[in-house]
Design a protein around this ligand. Structure first.
Ligand code: KIV
Length: 272
């Protein structure tokens, strides 16, 4: 008799909702490729975000604006092939949904159809309501993103904390309610005061995932390369690094170069 491998059950939006209701925090990390996806998924992460931060982290651009829909689909397909358990959400990139709701729907459908993603994420509130509704009406789960929305960086002019002023905080609360009423399954709040994030999370029924938004939300997301310490330049206050892969990888590269130069590699048993 062969040993049975236990069936791995995919995390669903319904389960994320239940996690909020029972007070279990949701873990979410960015992911852009297959190998990392295998590690994060096997490690038990609840949600993988194929973020447009790939534009910074993978492609080396200064902002998230240059990444294209085709490039997002390429990254998302690789992550989908790796994820057996995690729910995979993919960012709609800048320029793929701001034009009108038909364009937004077309972009969302391309992501779902060509990558096999489980849902999409969009930045903005009232101004994208029509597009959110249209995408949701096609049966595509949508996650909102408010606060510091990097696709609007040239409007903000800075990556500083958002919604410190009463007016902006009030708009954020209203936008959060709009996104929930539309039917979004979750919301990311980026770089806003912890007290505001706490209020939003308490007022909403849907899960609120924070990045730089304090501890009183329903889950946390970080950029994986930042939390693994691969990227040393980016060290905001909200980031906790769980490894120093920059040093570990640099030492490995130095070791390899040393062995090649010393004619030590390949050695006995390392060739045919
Ligand atoms: O693209 C991204 O990495 C994100 C997270 C910062 C939430 O949107």
């Amino acid at each position: 008799m062969s040993a049975q491998t236990p069936e791995i059950k995919r995390v669903t939006t319904h389960q994320l909702q239940e996690m909020k209701m029972r007070g279990e925090k949701i873990s979410m990390l960015t992911c852009y490729d297959y190998s990392m996806g295998r590690i994060l998924d096997a490690g038990g992460i609840d949600v993988l975000l194929v973020g447009d931060s790939a534009s910074n982290v993978i492609a080396g651009h200064e902002t998230t604006l240059p990444i294209t829909l085709d490039q997002m689909i390429y990254h998302a397909s690789a992550v989908i092939r790796a994820a057996a358990r995690a729910f995979v959400v993919v960012d709609l990139p800048f320029g793929s949904y701001q034009g009108n709701s038909s364009e937004a729907l077309r972009s969302a459908i391309r992501i779902m159809k060509e990558s096999g993603a489980h849902g999409i994420k969009m930045e903005g509130g009232l101004e994208i309501k029509e597009s959110v509704l249209r995408i949701l009406s096609a049966g595509i789960p949508v996650m909102g993103h408010l606060g510091l929305t990097p696709q609007s960086i040239y409007k903000f002019g800075t990556y500083a904390v958002r919604a410190r002023e009463a007016d902006e905080a009030k708009k954020l609360e209203e936008d959060a309610a709009i996104l929930q009423d539309c039917g979004c399954f979750g919301l990311v709040l980026e770089k806003i005061p912890a007290d505001l994030a706490k209020k939003v999370a308490a007022n909403l029924k849907i899960p609120v995932i924070g990045i730089g938004a304090g501890p009183y939300v329903d889950g946390q997301v970080l950029v994986t390369h930042d939390m693994l310490g691969i990227n040393k330049e980016f060290q905001p206050r909200f980031l906790r690094t769980y490894s120093d892969l920059h040093t570990i990888m640099t030492e490995a590269v130095h070791g390899y170069i040393k062995d090649v130069k010393a004619k030590d590699f390949p050695g006995e048993g390392e060739y045919y």
